[in-house]
Design a protein. Sequence first.
Length: 138
Amino acid sequence: MSYTFDGTFAASRSVPCGNCSDSLFATLFVDTGRDEDGEENGPPVFDISAPMPFNGGSSASNRSATGLLTPGKYAFLLNGSASHAFPPSGIARSVFAFTFDFSPADAAPTPEPASLLLLGTGLAGVFCRYRRRSAHLQ
């Protein structure tokens, strides 16, 4: 199965914050279950992050990822968070817009000359067998 991920990530902050812990990311990972801490423990297929503005104002970015998925169980995590360590407080906002497209992976085509040769050999064999059988019956 092939996948295409297209995402738009936007963030804004009303006031500058030099000591903030902000994140804005999307991750697709192989879901092998949860470990004892409740964290995901599968390897990521893709891990996309976008910058958050620390000096006030806004930022936006587009991110894309494509690839092939092997059969299995996957999980998708989309997260945006903002926290202030101390004043000044303000408003932080995160916005996501994304599309995920899954489509069957293209199978390798059969080479045309080889398939025609195989078909011709089979028809010649049937024809020879028919002639031998009809000659034997007379």
